[in-house]
Design a protein around this ligand. Structure first.
Ligand code: AGP
Length: 612
């Protein structure tokens, strides 16, 4: 997704802006640009990476203490230097950077063309900057008022920063539908799409709410209001993030670091919520909604991508343990299929970034129809977190790699805790079993550590299969969602086509694909309907399929049948997703590295999909 960074203060703006763009690269983008005021408004932008932009401005004398910068993920118009942001107005005295989509830009553009404006790009953003200029000229108003009036004419989503050559001591920022954080420094302001470009300078932040705008004037306090001109008192919060979380700490990639962080991120997500010795599970964030959940006619889980896979694990957990009916919906489908939603429904929205447009829109629909909305998010203060009635944060820490890893296992951890807590309230788990499950759950981070340190047969497997074109992932029960997640990890970072399927479903079609060139990953821990999975493995082997099996340590039965085995420690069936996912993440990672792929920023992908 697009990333925006802006600065006004007494420091050199250029290095702050460029470093800020690097911090936002993980969001995925295809072009970058910067605007500064240095003897007039100067704009530099290029297709490609932030490093290409740096090369372009290398050696230029660009002293300035105010500026805006942007990484673009193309929505209107192909990735090129014309469509890259910042965009200037016809007078070349105004520049705007924008994350989001202006849905009525073509109507606005036609009107501006009739009034003599010219356009050079295909973007909606260029329309906005000229609309602001047109209003400023015709209404004879100050810049912030022109921005406010313009935003009232806009439909869609935006997070914008406006820079004016004639107002070198003022930045105007605003947001609706796309995130924006303002860092409050000593006589200076930092603005960004999230806190990662800000945290090294200040931990005092203001999260803009929907339809907020702020006037950031040098040497003055932040001035906050809505685009309806309602003054607001800024709520300054303390950032919990720390800088080390943003560095690779010696790992080759953020994704590898985040895979290895999972023992910690799961411990952090359980901290204060699980006390096995005392037999306590508590999720404070949703404590007030426990009865609503227990009495819910139905729980509807909405999410996208990996978060949707976590939701699928949640369905197995909540129905198996707490006996509550659960539906799992792709947010992008749910929002448009005219679903039946009542006030007796509880919706759980799951999102790592907390900014996914489809999930936000699905929440709005469910809220409109009276459902109770709970959230499971990883980013504090994110739009989804703010749009729910209540929720619990995963404490996985910033997830920089575009492919989600630690956020997934943290989401599954929270869903496991929720299912256990609701089961306890409903009395569906006997007391002796209760303590057993809690102690086993408490041991999971150590078992993940063991899995992570295991002999790296995974690299050998990756080397063997790095050049194949297709992979099949098969699992049953709690591990069917793990099969889907394993397939997604592989395809999104190695670009190998991979499909996840319920193992038994293979016979209804995919078995036609099985031959010597089709590697099949089975998630086959010795739990649940293990014997059925073994039968499915035999069906694949009978057709010369190559089988890689994730098995419970010591399983010699499956080892004797398959080509490769990856062992995971013994655990309860319901906790196997937390263990079985780890080797699949590592397999995808090593295959992507061996194929020379950009692991942390895979092609075409964005870390946070804030557009439809
Ligand atoms: C996961 O590896 C992908 N990057 C993607 O599917 C992601 O899970 C999806 O876009 C949802 O994002 P969210 O959790 O931030 O809402």
């Amino acid at each position: 997704m697009c990333g925006i960074v802006a600065y006004i203060g007494d420091k050199e703006a250029k290095p702050i802006l460029i470093k800020g763009l690097h911090r936002l690269e993980y969001r995925g983008y295809d072009s970058a640009g910067i605007a500064l005021i240095n003897g007039g408004l100067k704009i530099y932008k290029t297709k490609g990476k932030v490093s290409d932009l740096e090369a372009k401005i290398e050696g230029l004398k660009l002293d300035s203490t105010i500026g805006v910068a942007h990484t673009r993920w193309a929505t209107h118009g192909e990735p090129n230097s014309i469509n890259a942001h910042p965009h200037h107005s016809n007078s070349q005295k105004l520049a705007v950077i924008h994350n989001g989509i202006i849905e009525n830009y073509d109507v606005l553009k036609k009107a501006l063309i009739e009034r003599g404006y010219q356009f050079y790009s295909e973007t909606d953003t260029e329309v906005l900057v000229n609309l602001i200029e047109d209003i400023q000229k015709n209404e004879q108003v100050v810049l912030d008022e022109a921005v406010r009036i313009a935003l009232n004419q806009v439909t869609g989503a935006y997070a914008i920063a406006v820079l004016s050559e004639e107002n070198p001591n003022k930045l105007i920022v605003a947001r609706k539908g796309s995130p924006m954080v303002i860092g409050i420094g000593d006589g200076e302001f930092y603005v960004a799409s999230d806190a990662t470009p800000i945290v090294e300078y200040t931990k005092s932040v203001v999260y803009l709410a929907e339809e907020d705008m702020a006037i950031l004037e040098r040497g003055k306090e932040i001035k906050l209001k809505t685009i309806k001109n309602k003054e607001k008192t800024p709520y300054i919060e303390a950032l919990e993030m720390d800088l080390t979380a943003l560095e690779k700490d010696g790992y080759d990639h953020f994704m590898l670091k985040e895979i290895f962080e999972q023992p910690r991120s799961i411990r952090d997500s359980m901290r204060g919520r699980l006390n096995a010795d005392k037999g306590i599970v508590s999720l404070g964030g949703i404590a007030d909604y426990e009865q609503k959940l227990v009495n819910a006619k139905r729980i509807i889980i909405i999410a996208c991508g990996t978060s949707w896979h976590a939701g699928l694990v949640g369905e197995y957990l909540l129905e198996d343990l707490a006996r509550i009916p659960v539906e799992v919906e792709y947010a992008s489908e749910f929002r448009y299929r005219n679903p039946i939603i009542t006030e007796n429904d509880v919706v759980i929205a799951i999102s790592q970034s907390g900014e996914t447009a489809d999930t936000l829109a699905a929440i709005a629909l469910a809220k409109e129809k009276g459902a109770t909305i709970l959230g499971i998010c990883n980013v504090v203060g994110s739009s989804i977190a703010r749009s729910t009635d209540a929720g619990s944060y995963t404490h996985a820490g910033p997830e920089i790699g575009v492919a989600s890893t630690k956020a997934f296992t943290a989401q599954v951890t929270l869903l496991t805790l929720m299912a256990l807590r609701l089961a306890q309230i409903k009395g569906t788990i006997p007391a002796s079993r209760w303590m057993q499950l809690l102690h086993e759950l408490e041991s999971i981070p150590s078992k993940i550590e063991k899995t992570l340190q295991s002999a790296d047969v995974i690299k050998e497997i990756a080397w063997q299969f790095k050049d194949v074109s297709n992979f099949l992932y098969l699992g049953r029960g709690y591990n069917f969602p793990v099969a889907l997640e394993g397939a997604l990890k592989l395809k999104e970072i190695s670009y190998i086509h991979a499909e996840g399927y319920p193992a038994a479903e293979m016979k209804h079609g995919p078995i036609a694909l099985i031959d010597n060139n089709m590697p099949v990953v089975f998630i086959a821990p010795n739990v649940g309907i293990y014997d059925k999975v073994v039968s499915n493995i035999q069906e694949v082997k009978a057709r010369n399929g190559k089988v890689i099996a994730i098995v419970t340590e010591g399983d010699e039965v499956v080892r004797s049948m398959v080509d490769f085995v990856i062992e995971i420690p013994v655990t309860e069936e319901l906790f196997t997703p937390l263990l079985a996912t780890i080797p699949l993440q590592k397999l995808a990672y090593h295959m992507a590295v061996m194929r020379g792929c950009n692991v942390d920023q895979p092609r075409n992908l964005a870390k946070s999909v804030t557009v439809e």
